[in-house]
Design a protein around this ligand. Structure first.
Ligand code: GRG
Length: 297
């Protein structure tokens, strides 16, 4: 792939333009990494591509690229990580929409994958994306000195989506709690596992791959954890105000809208203190974190 320079947010590039450029770059790489449409057996590759494109906000891959930029990472490695994160996220959305889970007919402005291709192909398309994501991570450049960071990335992502502290754990806790009372601590645990962990991993893994110091990785990890939780709180607020079918374990259900919005803003403000050490290199990451607390979609 051609070497690309990373756009830095400057006076002549607005935040929205930056996001649009990043999305284009990520989409180009996703297109490059996914099996072509007519690769047999065609139906699964159609379903994988249908689910990935045109896609959503691409927050996780953009976070990975922006974090990597802030700590001087290598674009080629970061873009592979970015594509893998988006594939994993898309897999979770396909499965989350299935009748056995949230049973949603629409996703990203089009019929959900199982509505278009049937449940069996949707299930398999999700699995296909997950497998392709890990293959991309396995193919990350592996010179001896970098082996350690590659293993750290694989470990972090497995934990972020696994059954003890990750996305699967969060989904199971959410299912089990549906319609039942829940404590503030349980709510934070569900949100952090279900959504926060993959967002945290997007930041942490970019830092690992960029060879950031242990201290920087730690601070970026705390930053990622805080913005990950803020992201899900805002998602709860947006979902509830759109009156969609949402399980009751939400921040607005527990604290009300105003208090939830305030909690998300406070979490992001705290997160910004974690990345003060980046100085002016952290400007774009700061904009991105602020966007998470005020976003409307
Ligand atoms: C293995 C059965 C099985 C499932 C995987 C379904 C599942 C485990 C986890 C669900 C996790 C999930 C879907 C969490 C919701 C996260 C969330 C806030 C989704 C919306 O993310 P955005 O706003 O979406 O980033 P876009 O479309 O913009 O990418």
């Amino acid at each position: 792939m051609k070497r690309e320079t990373t756009p830095v947010l400057t006076n002549d590039l607005t935040f929205q333009e930056y996001m649009d450029q990043r999305k284009l770059t990520i989409d180009k790489h996703l297109d490059h990494c996914l099996p072509p449409l007519h690769t047999p057996p065609e139906i699964i590759h159609q379903a994988m591509r249908y689910s990935v494109f045109p896609g959503g906000k691409r927050i996780r891959p953009i976070l990975a690229l922006t974090t990597g930029e802030a700590v001087g990472g290598d674009f080629q490695k970061l873009i592979s990580l970015a594509a893998a994160l988006e594939m994993i996220h898309t897999y979770s959305l396909i499965h989350d929409d299935l009748p056995a889970m949230d049973d949603d007919d629409y996703r990203r402005g089009q019929p959900s994958t199982h509505k278009k291709f049937g449940e069996a192909i949707a299930l398999l398309a999700g699995n296909g994306l997950l497998i392709r994501a890990f293959q991309l991570l396995a193919e990350l450049p592996a010179q001896a000195a970098e082996k350690e960071s590659k293993v750290a990335v694989l470990d972090q992502i497995c934990r972020a989506i696994g059954t003890t502290q990750g996305m699967l754990a969060g989904q199971v806790m959410d299912l089990v709690k549906k319609g039942k009372p829940f404590s503030a601590q349980q709510l934070e645990q569900i949100h952090s596992a279900k959504t926060g962990a993959l967002i945290e991993a997007s930041v942490c893994c970019a830092a690992f791959l960029s060879g950031a110091s242990e201290e920087a990785c730690k601070k970026l990890g705390t930053f990622g954890r805080r913005i990950g939780l803020a992201f899900q709180i805002v998602d709860d607020i947006l979902d509830s105000s759109q009156a969609s079918s949402k399980p009751p374990a939400t921040y607005p259900a527990m604290y009300g809208f105003e208090a939830s919005r305030k909690m998300a803003i406070e979490l992001v403000e705290k997160a910004l203190q974690d990345i003060e050490f980046l100085g002016s290199r952290g400007e774009t990451l700061t904009e991105l974190a602020r966007y998470i607390s005020v976003r409307r979609i």
